[in-house]
Design a binder for this molecule. Structure first.
Ligand code: FAD
Ligand code: NAP
Length: 339
């Protein structure tokens, strides 16, 4: 569907205004290719708009995949492979898998956005990443308009990162994702709050609810208690990534601040430090600067108190980075995608 002069405010969760001259919503892969053959404008690929900040008020062109099919393409006794359209709402997919008793995505319940964006930053929560279930990805090469497929290993997944944020940044339109899920499995209760909430629910649950359903419910409850609802208070979830720092730097911080939340990284040499804690330590949890602020329950979330501009958000971002860097020597990087 082709539209002109469209406000992107309802298509993004930050609630910042920007207008696109052209907006194309493609029903399937061929539809998108046909549009791109005739389009001369530079364009931005939009999913559910929950991790994006338009820094200019006017944008030439925005495209969005709206293909919504979920189908099993292969299965055996223990495993199944499902192909999912990029336009499927991520949490609809998680609900579908939990209802069918398929293990893998349950800890990623209630993450906003669409399936097509899930590999981009390798979405993660409560000890699970999308990469753990992604088998392969189909995408349109934006330069050649060819439809290509890559396997999980080629996606270079790491902590909130992938090839789509690096070498292939803004070079692809992800059209389908194949997930590998399991018919039986172990629950991941490695995050303390999840285990606590799950145990509470399990002790008092109604008959007929499976462990997968209870875990999903536990995750949703925790998220609702801590994270602002974008419909009420504009935000993009974590505005910054948790910094990955050397073991030496983590040790130095812990010497001065023994309570610093430091977690293991991908190697023994690397550690992950909580960005929310760093922001809290510089006194900015709940901080407000005109129409933008740091959420009072979760310091990693920047919020739009109403009518904020991208400029105001960027000013707050810079102030936080400066304060954290001067106190801890740790550089915070934004997780949100800016255009
Ligand atoms: P968009 O915001 O539309 O786009 C994000 C980026 O992906 C952009 O660069 C865009 O160009 C690109 N992109 C989108 N679709 C495609 C496509 N089809 N092909 C190629 N590129 C594409 N994230 C987590 O990891 N874990 C969380 O727990 C989490 N919680 C959140 C909670 C809240 C309240 C909010 C608002 C956000 C949260 N997020 C979380 C961030 C966000 O939900 C994810 O990053 C999500 O995957 C973004 O999806 P989207 O469809 O909204 O992408
Ligand atoms: P939290 O549970 O208060 O934890 C704070 C930070 O400490 C998290 O960022 C988490 O890292 C880390 N952490 C906590 N327990 C850990 C453990 N057992 N092992 C390793 N790391 C641990 O965080 P929260 O803000 O309420 O978020 C809960 C989960 O949802 C987190 O996984 C978070 O990443 C995810 N989330 C992401 C976004 C986003 O936009 N990216 C927004 C909201 C929530 P990790 O972030 O690596 O898990």
């Amino acid at each position: 569907m082709l539209s002109y002069q469209v406000s992107l405010m309802p298509f993004t969760t930050f609630g910042v205004n920007a207008v696109t001259q052209i907006f194309y919503q493609a029903s399937d892969v061929q539809d998108m290719i046909d549009f791109l053959k005739s389009n001369q404008e530079p364009y931005v690929v939009l999913g559910g708009g929950s991790n994006i900040l338009f820094v200019r008020e006017k944008v030439s062109c925005v495209v969005q995949m709206c293909n919504k099919e979920i189908r099993i393409i292969q299965e055996d006794e223990n495993t199944l492979w499902i192909e999912v359209g990029a336009g499927v709402v991520w949490d609809d997919l998680v609900l579908h898998t939990v209802q069918h008793g398929w293990y893998g995505l349950e800890n990623l319940s209630a993450i906003p956005g669409h399936v097509g964006a899930s590999p981009v930053q390798n979405i993660g929560a409560y000890g699970v990443e999308a990469a753990s279930c992604i088998h392969s990805i189909q995408f349109i090469d934006r330069e050649t308009l060819q439809v290509l497929e890559i396997g999980k290993l080629e996606c270079e997944f790491s902590y909130r990162d992938s090839i789509f944020k690096n070498r292939l940044k803004d070079k692809t339109i992800i059209t389908k994702v194949v997930f590998e899920l399991h018919k039986t499995g172990e629950l991941n209760l490695s995050y303390g709050m999840v285990k606590e909430e799950f145990t509470k629910l399990k002790d008092n649950h109604e008959a007929g609810k499976t462990d997968l359903m209870l875990l999903r419910e536990a995750v949703i409850r925790i998220r609702e208690s801590k994270l602002p609802d974008p419909k009420v208070l504009g935000n993009v979830g974590s505005y910054f990534k948790n910094p990955i720092i050397s073991q030496k730097q983590a040790g130095a911080i812990q010497k001065l601040f023994p309570q610093a939340p430091v977690f293991s990284g991908t190697t023994d040499e690397l550690k992950k430090i909580s960005a929310a804690w760093l922001i809290e330590q510089v006194g900015m949890k709940g901080y407000r600067m005109a129409r933008v602020g740091v959420h009072n329950k979760q310091a990693l979330v920047l919020v739009n108190h109403g009518g904020a501009t991208a400029g105001e958000i960027l000013a707050l971002e810079n102030l936080i980075i400066l304060n954290v860097e001067s106190k801890f020597g740790v550089h915070l990087s934004a997780e949100v995608n800016k255009y």
